[in-house]
Design a protein around this ligand. Structure first.
Ligand SMILES: [Zn+2]
Length: 81
C-alpha cells in the first residue's frame, strides 16, 4: 500500500497579512504589526485603540477576520523589513 503525496504539503505558512487593501490609513503601504487583541474580548477594541494611540498618529487598528482579532499596525514606506 502506498501513501499518496499530500498536495497540502506545498502550501507555505505565511504570517497573517497586516496591510488591508483599501485601508485609508495604510493607502497601499506595508504595515508593521505592533500588537493584536482577540476580538472575543469585550475590551479588545478599547485596548487596541489605546495601543494605537500610544504608538503615534499613523498607528491604527485593523480587524482581521482570520483569527478574529484586532491588530494594531504601524504603516511605513518602502520594502518590508
Ligand atoms: Zn491600515
Amino acid at each position: 500500500m502506498t501513501t499518496p503525496t499530500s498536495v497540502a504539503a506545498t502550501t507555505a505558512v505565511l504570517p497573517a497579512p497586516v496591510s488591508t487593501p483599501g485601508c485609508r490609513d495604510c493607502v497601499g503601504r506595508s504595515a508593521e504589526r505592533i500588537a493584536s487583541y482577540r476580538a472575543g474580548d469585550p475590551h479588545a477594541l478599547y485596548e487596541a485603540d489605546r495601543a494605537a494611540a500610544a504608538n503615534g498618529p499613523s498607528a491604527h487598528v485593523h480587524y482581521a477576520a482570520r483569527g478574529d482579532q484586532y491588530v494594531v499596525v504601524q504603516p511605513y514606506d518602502g520594502e518590508a523589513r
